[in-house]
Write a protein that binds this ligand. Structure first.
Ligand code: GDP
Ligand code: MN
Length: 375
């Protein structure tokens, strides 16, 4: 689960990391009123979306009190990397002397946390890291290092300013928070050293492992917009459904996430636009397949469905029975091509062909894609 900036900052504050005073607003009028509570001549107005890169997209602005409402009106409702801005965060303006970067992320290759530090934080860090990797200090961790090691790491990362002690302490707190919260990623960018000598987290991103939410009740209790109908149904049937939200018209049902992704790539390669994909997983029941068909077929805009199943753990007859169950309950409006092979394939194929469904038997996924798109 990705936290919103304000949520991540509340978490950091609980670990004694300083964060700017802030208020969350839903409308320009509310924003203007809440900004006055912050008392500065200028305030930072920040779109609350979970993706980064807001600064470069013009969704973080420092404005005078008089300009708050207009700035907020320009930010609310904007779309950023697929997310609509519903709320803004108003914060006291920081007098920035220096911007640092501090992050920790699970290195999935090693299965260990990786500490990332840079004396040159801010909106350019990703580009900088790409062209000048040595600008980012990296250290794989097996435990939280003692403070003197963190201090040494910051020196190696290119920071030797007057706030070194505070910066190291904030970094240790970040690591303590990371481990205690079952985070898979926690990042402060920028970690700001102010002109007055304070160390403040000006931005924060935290991802909490979904599998650990049961023991992180504060995170499980965070309010999120209600799921769509399709997502809810998929969860109910223990199916992994991903809506792609890009105006596609091809729905994909595949047995296994890898096959689903490969099928999606294949559809794209042949000029189709996937609208969603659904991974049935293994050992799927006919009822689950029928639900998968209802979900994918019911996704607005879907005009063609490709079912791609390898009957290893799954059974082709069961899959065919599920498709027939769906067809008996609802008129099939979308084009449908089924490519499946494996256990009980002959019986499965026969059941589908009996109902007029196009079946790719010995051919490749590529053939199935071409057949679906050609219709
Ligand atoms: P991101 O682009 O999504 O990572 O958004 P950030 O919250 O990091 O904001 C982008 C940039 O805006 C930061 O790197 C800062 O330089 C600047 N910024 C953010 N908050 C403040 C603030 O309170 N005061 C000032 N002066 N600048 C800020
Ligand atoms: Mn940032």
């Amino acid at each position: 689960m990705d936290l919103y900036e304000r949520e991540a900052k509340e978490l950091l504050a609980r670990w004694d990391i300083r964060v700017p005073r802030g208020r969350v607003a839903n409308t320009p009028g509310e924003a203007a009123r809440l900004a006055r509570e912050l008392e500065g001549a200028e305030v930072a107005v920040k779109a609350q979306v979970r993706a980064g890169g807001r600064g470069k997209a013009g969704l973080v602005r420092v404005v005078s009190q008089a300009e708050v409402a207009v700035a907020v009106a320009g930010i609310l409702g904007a779309r950023h990397r697929g997310e609509r801005v519903e709320k803004v965060l108003l914060e006291e303006k920081l007098d920035i002397a220096q911007e640092l970067y501090a992050g920790v992320i699970v290195d999935t290759r090693l299965g260990l946390p990786l500490l990332l530090l840079s004396g040159r934080g801010g909106v350019e860090i990703e580009e900088l890291a790409a062209v000048k990797p040595e600008a980012v200090y990296r250290e794989t961790l097996t435990r939280i290092p003692p403070l003197h090691r963190i201090t040494a790491a910051w020196l190696a990362a290119g920071y030797q300013g007057p706030a070194l002690g505070e910066v190291a302490r904030a970094t240790r707190s970040l690591l303590e928070m990371f481990f205690a919260s079952d985070a898979t990623m926690a990042e402060i960018n920028p970690l700001v050293c102010t002109v007055a000598g304070a160390v403040v987290a000006a931005d924060a991103k935290v991802t909490v492992d979904d599998a650990a939410l049961f023991r992180q009740p504060w995170a499980a209790g965070l309010v999120r917009p209600p799921e769509g109908k399709m997502e809810e149904m998929a969860r109910q049937y223990r199916l992994a459904y991903v809506s792609l939200d890009v105006g596609g018209d091809i729905g994909i049902i595949a047995g296994g996430a890898g096959l689903a992704l490969a099928t999606m790539d294949m559809v794209r390669a042949w000029g189709g636009r996937p609208a969603n994909f659904l991974d049935t997983g293994g050992g799927v029941s006919a009822g689950q397949v029928a639900a998968a068909m209802r979900i994918v077929h019911g996704t607005p805009g879907v005009r063609g469905i490709l079912v791609n199943i390898f009957g290893g753990i799954n059974n082709c007859l069961t899959v065919a029975q599920g498709i027939r169950e769906f067809m008996a309950a609802e008129p099939l409006v979308a084009r449908l091509v089924v490519k499946m092979r494996g256990h009980s394939q002959e019986e499965g194929w026969a059941l589908l062909e009996e109902a007029g469904v196009k079946v790719v038997k010995y051919g490749s996924t590529e053939e199935a894609v071409k057949l679906l798109l050609a219709e």
